[in-house]
Design a protein around this ligand. Structure first.
Ligand code: NAG
Ligand code: NAG
Ligand code: NAG
Ligand code: NAG
Ligand code: NAG
Ligand code: NAG
Ligand code: NAG
Length: 913
């Protein structure tokens, strides 16, 4: 699992580890921890832990408790198996444990890592100043929208709602509660009022967690950013503020300084957050999914069932195309949150002022590595007024003026290095440079040029503003103050390109079982928030990691305003009052609404959710695929107004998109974002299009879809749109929209394996087909050579076009090796070798390779290396084999061989030495 910060670069690359790696853009980094497991106790038992361990000791299975996980939402424990002789022994013991009556299920323990992606942080500038001076200012004032104006939070704040009395628990890297914007203290009465450190600094995700009661975020940063999005506040006016600054935050720290966590710790954190009496729980963690089977999903579902809303990130796999929702966003009832780009682009800048034509204005600059400038007033000088110059200052400067030493030189970025530009300016005596950017935001300018003492950067728009003034004949004088005295300001510029539209990184649903994912969206693209003081105090980050806490804060406002609500009602209110936005591919807007599998119900409008007097009974409708088409679907409208209301029901389809790029041959994720769309949507037929509902009464509206015509069903079309429910009365002009979606084909017929891309490969060039009949020399079991990374071993590669609930990789002996022949391998070790075959799904196989079968696999590339070990812990004898790759089709029956796609690879041989 990873935090859902947006990834700058999304590459579909293949990694290959010893057993199984699912490699894809989503950075799925779940690794099993050897010898460690999570047990879920059978339902009927209470506090089974002691009994479980004494049962193990009676059976002489040495095991050590790792974490007690029993709570009102999950009954279980994690444990380490001790005294394991070999893998076979381990498998046998786990089987024995799993078959015990007291055990519902045993899960392997997994470790999840934290990839880091920052847009900017204050301490990038290597300037030490007091971050207490942070302010938020808007640069350029035409048609500007602030973050909270996007979501109705601004209007609720004006009405006095701040989240008072609501407890929001955050499962993350802890919180720097010393930050003045986060209250400056920890404990009862503080803004960060409760919480726990489940792990300690040196926790790696694998070693023993060392919990302590202090959830201080001293090295992560992520959790402090999340906390600020929900609840940052400051005494000064106009300072930047979280969604609900008066909530009480709970900090459950689950990562040490190296940013990894095991799933038992996560389960415990969710349970602790629940038992602490949190009203909302938020976690920006997740992994590629599309299924919901992780034990964590179970916990999240149970918490939601118990009445506490959980917000989870939808994921950052937007460029992977449709059917890429994530886990635990798959948890039943969890609010999966997609990301919308901020309408403002925030930058962390040092404030300055300038005067031109007698008018004083503000600007902001980002220091570079050279920041030596005396405070004072400097005249601005530009070498060219051409704001599209491709190589400003890349060549020798003109002779005149011969001395630039008194000026600040304004130079456009691009065409050559900063140092080259600076060197050319230094040749005319220049000491001070401000570059202006050629893209949104600012960067730290790396300049090494003798003579240059100061080189910073201003945003592109600021550069253009100054050039325009200079070109018009004005003299421009800048007043520069030292960063230490000036402090740091968050300055914002409107983002007219993608602001207000879905972030291209935000993951697309639906789930493989055609559930609506994401459910809603909130601002998550370029968000400024708090950061640990030791790490600069403030940072701008992007990701569904950011939109998820935004939604949690919005729910806190809703709970404050409307009182306690169950999670289903919360989801219904959030969804039916959200604003669906037009589709935008990152470059331009399209004349249709973004599909429901991308934006869910649309951008959250919490003001409307708070004030809604009409309640709909569902957050969305899924018509499923054509084989399971929902026939009697619909929704209830409840009128809680004191007067009768007449509602008009209509419909706006979105575009239908194709999951596959071309008919059957290519997988959906090779195309990237966005999927191909056809503007024809579905039609809907309603049982009525106008209904008058008396006060306190409700009415059921039956809905059935008329599928878009002329779809290429082999490409798995997904249609969607929004049902609008408008109160027709003049005194009550509420309007609601209910998202729906469906799949225009039979998912069970959807290809799962890409037949052309399932083949024999090797560990040396995973992803490239390997010579048929190659004889691999692999180390015998126990050999230290097995750990050698450059080792050449056979491997299988499979490209999955869709996810599968069950993926097997079996080995089948070929003719030269009769199934029951006793073969003497070329090694001393013989006792662990397996000789007999079994019939599975109609095929004679020796067994599954180690690490398989795997369950609930997302549609990605899968690779498994094989060092001779089978999943039952035994080793295959030397011989010739093929890999058999079998994937269960969506909605298929795991016991029916007809419901699998099976592909046999080329023959290869193994021998041990
Ligand atoms: C392999 O390792 C196991 C324990 O790790 C040991 O019991 C066994 O004797 C070893 N086999 C050989 C051939 O070294
Ligand atoms: C926020 O909480 C503080 C302290 O409880 C209270 O004084 C203040 O009025 C609250 N603000 C609002 C807007 O509710
Ligand atoms: C708007 O935001 C997007 C996403 O962060 C960014 O890629 C784009 O460059 C921004 N555009 C402007 C004009 O700020
Ligand atoms: C679609 O139908 C399948 C098969 O009956 C079912 O498992 C799945 O849950 C359904 N999906 C939804 C969203 O109802
Ligand atoms: C049906 O779609 C195909 C391409 O997918 C197109 O060539 C054809 O004109 C369409 N037919 C109608 C009646 O729209
Ligand atoms: C091996 O298989 C043959 C037939 O295929 C059978 O006659 C023989 O008994 C088997 N040997 C063992 C040891 O199972
Ligand atoms: C595997 O097949 C090759 C020929 O492709 C043969 O030379 C080799 O002996 C076979 N290995 C075994 C163990 O039968």
């Amino acid at each position: 699992m990873t935090w859902f910060l947006a990834r700058g670069l999304l590459l579909v690359q293949l990694l290959l580890l010893s057993s199984l790696v699912i490699a894809a853009a989503a950075n799925f980094e779940a690794e099993a921890i050897p010898g460690a497991y999570i047990v879920e106790f059978a339902d009927h038992l209470d506090n089974y832990e002691d009994a479980f361990f004494s049962e193990l000791s009676t059976a002489e299975i040495p095991a050590r408790l790792r974490l007690s996980l029993s709570s009102s939402v999950f009954k279980g424990a994690s444990f380490h198996l001790g005294d394991i002789h070999d893998e076979q022994d381990e498998q046998r013991k786990i089987k024995q444990i799993a078959s015990s009556k007291s055990v519902k299920k045993v899960f392997p323990m997994r470790k999840y890592s934290l990839p880091y992606e920052r847009i900017s942080t204050a301490n990038e500038y290597q300037v030490h100043f007091s971050p207490k001076k942070i302010e938020q200012r808007t640069m350029g004032d035409d048609n500007f929208y602030s973050l909270h104006a996007m979501t109705g939070v601004d209007k609720l704040r004006e009405e006095g709602f701040t989240g008072s009395g609501v407890r929001v628990a955050i499962i993350d890297t802890g919180i720097d509660y010393n930050h003045p914007d986060l209250g400056g203290c920890f404990g009862p009465g503080c803004k960060v009022g409760f919480g726990y450190d489940l792990v300690g600094d040196s926790y790696t995700g694998e070693n023993e967690p060392v919990p302590d009661p202090d959830p201080y975020d001293n090295c992560g940063g992520h959790g402090t950013h999340v906390a600020g999005i929900i609840a940052a506040s400051s005494n000064q006016q106009d300072y930047f503020t979280g969604v609900a600054p008066n909530v009480t935050l709970g900090a459950y720290r689950v990562m040490g300084c190296n940013g990894a966590v095991s799933n038992d710790v996560l389960i415990r954190a969710f349970a602790m957050a629940y038992e602490s009496g949190a009203d909302v729980i938020t976690s920006s963690l997740g992994g590629s999914g599309g299924w919901s089977e992780e034990p964590l999903d179970v916990v999240v579902s149970n918490i939601v069932k118990a009445g506490i809303p959980c917000t989870v990130s939808a994921g950052n796999s937007g460029t992977m195309g449709p059917f890429h929702s994530s886990t635990p966003a798959g948890g039943i009832g969890a609010t999966s949150v997609g990301s919308v780009d901020n309408k403002a682009y925030p930058m962390l800048l040092i404030p300055g002022t300038y005067i031109a034509g007698g008018i004083d204005s503000e600007f902001g600059w980002a220091p570079g590595i050279l920041s030596n400038i005396s405070e004072g007033i400097y005249q601005l000088y530009a070498l060219t007024y051409n704001t599209s110059s491709a190589d400003d200052a890349c060549h020798d400067l003109p002779e005149e003026p011969s001395d630039l030493s008194e000026y600040i030189i304004l130079i456009r970025r691009g065409g050559c290095s900063f140092s080259q530009k600076a060197g050319n300016a230094a040749a005319r005596g220049a000491k001070h440079i401000l570059f202006y950017n050629t893209q949104p935001g600012t960067n730290q300018a790396y300049v090494y040029a003798p003579g240059i003492e100061f080189a910073g950067m201003v945003p592109e728009t600021q550069g253009h503003r100054w050039i325009a003034l200079l070109e018009a004949g004005y003299k421009v004088h800048l007043t520069i103050r030292s960063p230490e005295r000036a402090g740091l300001t968050i300055m914002e510029e409107p983002n007219y390109t993608t602001g207000g539209y879905m972030s291209t990184f935000s993951s697309w649903g639906p789930s493989y079982e055609v559930q609506t994912k994401p459910q809603i969206s909130a601002p998550g693209g370029v968000i400024a928030s708090t950061y640990p003081l030791a790490m600069g105090g403030y940072a701008v980050l992007s990701g569904t990691s950011m939109s998820c806490p935004y939604a949690a804060g919005a729910i806190a406002l809703l709970l404050e305003a409307r009182g306690k609500l169950d999670p289903a009602t919360i989801n219904n209110l959030l969804s039916t009052t959200a604003t669906p936005e037009s589709f935008h591919d990152g470059i331009s807007e399209y004349p249709f609404l973004a599909p429901v599998p991308q934006q869910g119900a649309g951008l959250i409008n919490i003001y409307n959710a708070v004030h809604a007097t009409t309640l709909l009974s569902a957050p969305s409708l899924s018509f499923n695929d054509t084989a399971n088409l929902l026939k009697n679907g619909g929704f209830t409208i409840k009128n809680t107004n004191p007067a009768a209301v007449t509602y008009e029901i209509a419909h706006t389809p979105s575009a239908t998109f194709y999951t596959f790029t071309t008919q059957g041959s290519k997988s959906h994720f090779t195309k990237g974002h966005p999927p191909e769309m056809i503007t024809r949507g579905a039609g809907l037929s309603f049982s009525t299009t106008e209904v008058t509902i008396q006060p306190g009464e409700q009415a059921f509206i039956h809905v059935s879809p008329i599928l878009p015509f002329n779809m290429t069903i082999e490409r798995i079309p997904v249609y969607s749109g929004y049902i609008s429910i408008n109160a027709a009365n003049s005194e009550n002009d509420e309007s609601f929209s209910l998202p729906y979606l469906g799949v225009g084909s039979v998912l069970k017929e959807a290809p799962v394996l890409n037949k052309q891309h399932v083949f024999l490969t090797s560990t040396s060039r995973p992803g490239v087909p390997w010579a048929s009949h190659y004889q691999f020399n692999i180390p015998p079991p126990n050999s230290t050579r097995a750990k050698y990374p450059g080792l050449l071993a056979p491997a299988v590669f499979a490209e999955l076009k869709m996810g599968t609930a069950l993926l097997r990789v079996d080995v089948q002996p070929v003719d030269v090796f009769p199934p029951n022949q006793t073969h003497i391998p070329r090694t001393r070790v013989t006792r662990v070798f397996k000789y007999s075959t079994e019939k599975v799904l109609g095929q004679e196989i020796l067994g599954s390779i180690d690490g398989f079968p795997v369950r609930y696999v997302p549609g990605q590339n899968v690779a498994g290396a094989w060092h001779g070990k089978l999943s039952d812990g035994t080793y295959a004898p030397a011989g010739n084999y093929t890999f058999l790759v079998s994937a269960l089709k969506i909605f298929g029956d795991p016991d029916n061989e007809e419901d699998y796609e099976t592909i046999k690879t080329d023959v290869f041989g193994i021998w041990y030495e």
